[in-house]
Design a protein around this ligand. Sequence first.
Ligand code: GLY
Length: 383
Amino acid sequence: MRDGATALASGLSETIVQVALPGRSYAIVIGEGLIASTGRRIAQALPGARCAVVSDENVAALYLAPLKASLEQHGLFLGEAIVAPGEASKSFPVLAKLSETLLTLGVERGDCVIAFGGGVVGDLAGFAASILRRGVRVVQVPTSLLAQVDSSVGGKTGIDTKQGKNLIGTFHQPSLVLADTSVLSTLSPREFRAGYAEVVKYGLLGDAAFFAWLEQNWTEISSGQGGKRRHAVETSCRAKAAIIAADEKETKGTRALLNLGHTFGHALEACAGYSDRLLHGEAIAIGMRLAFTFSVELGLCPAGDAARVERHFAAVGLPTTIASIPGTKPAPDDLLRLMAQDKKVKGGKLALVLVRGIGAAFVEPDISLPRLTEFLTRECGRR
Ligand code: GLY
């Protein structure tokens, strides 16, 4: 790991991807060294808004000082609220405490919350912003690969309950997303790989050429050499921006494609107690492999495509089987019960994102439960 100051000393070019929504369009700014310009960018994009920063202990230790300095330079800094790192912070007790801290800091309707961290901070801070004084604006400053390519864009916010992940939440689009790719160099290799699973997802769900490019270039993407990492982030953000513009609230079937691997993955995460045993991206890698294998079994997808997906995840060092989850293994019944809580369940029918091949995902609205039970029983027994 490099230290925060070294990571921030990189170059300054940037790309802007626009998320086009009626009356609420916003920019995703992608580039190196963006954190130092946060104050200027917020002063321009949200004139008059002061900022409360929500972060976690790890990100704050590395990067809060330069973010705060940039906000103070423009007279925008109201204060900070720091939560414990990890999925356990996406809970009602942490949300309640955070909301009260933000009120104590004096956040008013015209101000904004900055969600400064990975997916947990983005989801939690976005949710707090959406209910604070019936809604204040949020600026997402994602610091993990997963948050830069997925969770900071599109306005999904939420917390977890024992019934499942992200079952309580809101749609609350950010006013601006600042994805500073230089901070990715301080991620552990495991966190980076977990975020990379979400990058692969864009290839698998709708862009076979991007998946082929990832197969060729993943070593440079993980080492951060030669602009490949930046290209992977930009391509992912463009894909997500197009999907959000087409189906903001997941009512038309397009946005649901972003859940490729997630119905399986969320159930696996719940079985692992949302712990370090299984990171979100790792669960999604297993979930996407399961979606491909299940699609092959249903006669929908060529077996060669599923094998290619499994090979790529294995080459990168991502898990692909339920057996590879450390500790107690989930039972098929537990997985089915959790999958039945999925937000895509309609009239008691379980929908799943399946595939006709690499780059060809679709929503199957009525999954055969006996076939799924049989499949999961076999996968839970696979070594
Ligand atoms: N991460 C899935 C979505 O934003 O819809």
